[in-house]
Ligand binder design. Structure first.
Ligand code: F6P
Length: 195
C-alpha cells in the first residue's frame, strides 16, 4: 500500500492575524515548518518509489513545498482554499459584527452555507472530484499540501466520514496526516512536527 500524506501549509501571516482566505506568504513559524516538512519527507519517502507533491496555486502551499528537493511538484487550482467571497480577508469577529445574518446562517448550516460570491463546503467537495479520482489512480506515494477546508473534504472522503461532519474535522497546522489504503480499510497516523 502506498501512503498519502496530507498537510496544511505552514502558518501564514494571515493565520497569525486571524484573517481568512487571501494569498498571504508564510510567517517565520510557517517557514520553519516548511523546513521541518522537507526533512520529514526526505526520511519518510527514502525507501519509496517516486513520489509527487501536489499543492494548491496559492503561495502559502507553494512556499511550504519550497525546501523539498528532488520530488516533482504539481499545482492544482482545485486544491485552493474555500473561496470566502465578500468575506475574504476578514476575521470571524468582523464577519459576525458587520454581517451577522451571514455569520448566523453559516453557523446553522456550515456544510451548505455559501459565502456571497464565494463557495460552500459542498461546492468544495464537488470541485475536488477530479482530484479524488486522480488520487485513487496514483500508485506512487503522494504528498498533498493544501488548506483547512479542502483537507477536511479530502480526509473526510478517505476516512468515510458523513458529509455533515466534514466542516468540523480537526486538521491542525504543522501536522502530517498519513493515510494508507490497504485491503483491511484505511489506516491513519498523525505526525505533529511543531506547535
Ligand atoms: O483560517 C484559515 C482558513 O484556511 C481560511 O482561509 C478558511 O476560510 C478557513 O480556514 C476554513 O475553515 P472554516 O470552514 O472553519 O471557516
Amino acid at each position: 500500500p502506498r501512503p498519502i500524506l496530507l498537510t496544511r501549509h505552514g502558518e501564514s501571516r494571515d493565520n497569525v492575524r486571524g484573517r481568512i482566505g487571501g494569498d498571504p506568504a508564510l510567517s517565520e513559524k510557517g517557514e520553519l515548518y516548511a523546513k521541518k516538512l522537507a526533512n520529514f519527507l526526505e526520511k519518510r519517502l527514502q525507501a519509496e518509489r517516486t513520489a509527487s507533491i501536489w499543492t494548491s496555486t496559492l503561495q502559502r502551499t507553494v512556499l511550504t513545498a519550497g525546501p523539498v528537493i528532488g520530488i516533482p511538484k504539481i499545482q492544482w487550482r482545485a486544491l485552493d482554499e474555500i473561496n470566502a467571497g465578500v468575506c475574504e480577508g476578514m476575521t470571524y469577529e468582523e464577519i459576525n459584527k458587520n454581517m451577522p445574518e451571514e455569520y448566523a446562517s453559516r453557523k446553522s448550516d456550515k456544510l451548505s452555507y455559501r459565502y456571497p460570491r464565494g463557495e460552500s463546503y459542498l461546492d468544495v467537495i464537488q470541485r475536488l472530484e477530479p482530484v479524488m479520482i486522480e488520487l485513487e489512480r496514483q500508485r506512487a506515494p503522494l504528498v498533498v499540501i493544501s488548506h483547512q477546508a479542502v483537507l477536511r473534504a479530502l480526509y473526510g472522503y478517505f476516512a468515510d466520514k458523513p458529509l455533515e461532519e466534514i466542516p468540523y474535522i480537526d486538521v491542525p497546522l504543522h501536522t502530517i496526516i498519513e493515510i494508507q489504503m490497504g485491503v483491511s480499510g484505511v489506516q491513519e497516523k498523525r505526525y505533529k512536527l511543531m506547535d
